[in-house]
Ligand binder design. Structure first.
Ligand code: IPD
Ligand code: CA
Length: 261
């Protein structure tokens, strides 16, 4: 018998998200290190996509069509469905595409499902390490962010966009922030930056110009672990996530670093 209704959703959505993320991760891992096929550029000549991204997305799209035929879908490589259930899946089939294409084992599959109140369940799957980070709204987590409460001792991650002018501006902000923190990391996979705050491998992360699919799962994973997430207003909008003990200090330092002065 097919289960339906809110309680059944609460039980099954994270499992479906995990299944989708792990299946796509297995496909990507199997091809990892081979020559890229179907390589093309997107927003700029440094913003890459290949058949790996497309095929991972198709696999997730097909799985969701079977398991959740009434739900909507928003995915990085163009899959978009309206849906009639009030739920929408938000998918980055390969976060860290550049790492993947260079053979750097730091990339992930990010799968989230949301309703009109926000993300209900999110999964970030790191196939290279065999690590899966999962959260459900209100479900808490066995993960814990770091206990860091001194920004000058905090390890902060960030990322850069694909547009050269934006990257130059982002580098200006980093150059002003780096003297106020322990060090900066730019590992190249936003969803893993977030998941790693949840488990204490990073103390904080910020970036502007990300897309919903980069953030949807990771932000829930941080907040359910007890970390803090703040959406940054402005153009382009951004996100700042961290261990609770440095959050206000990081927001303040970031505002100063981004200022004109
Ligand atoms: C990118 C990565 C990167 C971040 C970029 C994203 P993609 O996603 O998450 O870490 O700095 O802003 O666009 O293109 O590899 O899916
Ligand atoms: Ca991607």
């Amino acid at each position: 018998m097919r289960r339906s209704g809110r309680r059944a959703d609460a039980l099954t959505l994270p499992h479906i998200a995990e299944r989708a993320a792990r299946s796509a991760g297995a496909l990507l891992l199997e091809r990892f290190g081979r020559d890229a096929e179907g390589l093309a550029t997107k927003s700029t000549k440094t913003d890459l996509v290949s058949d790996a991204d497309r095929d991972a997305e198709a696999l997730i799209r097909d799985l969701l069509a079977r398991e959740r035929p009434d739900d909507g879908l928003l995915a990085e490589e163009g899959s978009a469905l309206e849906g009639s259930s009030g739920l929408r899946w938000v998918v980055d089939p390969l976060d860290g595409t550049v790492n993947y294409l260079y053979g750097i084992p730091h990339w992930a599959v990010s799968v989230a499902v949301e309703d009109d109140e926000g993300v209900i369940a999110g999964v970030v799957h790191d196939a290279c390490r065999g690590e899966t980070f999962t959260a459900s709204r209100g479900g808490g987590s066995w993960l814990r962010p770091s206990v860091c409460d001194d920004l000058s001792l905090a390890l902060i991650a960030t990322g850069f966009g694909y547009d050269a002018a934006r990257r130059i501006d982002q580098a200006r902000v980093v150059s002003r922030l780096i003297g106020s923190v322990r060090d900066i990391r730019r590992a190249g996979t936003a969803s893993l930056d977030l998941a790693w705050i949840a488990c204490g491998r990073l103390d904080g992360y910020y970036e502007r110009g990300l897309n919903h699919w980069d953030l949807a799962a990771g932000c829930l994973i941080v907040s359910e672990s007890g970390g803090r997430v703040t959406r940054l207003a402005g153009e382009p909008p951004g996100v700042c996530a961290s261990a609770p003990g440095i959050h206000n200090a990081l927001l303040g330092a970031l505002a100063t670093a981004e200022g004109d002065g």
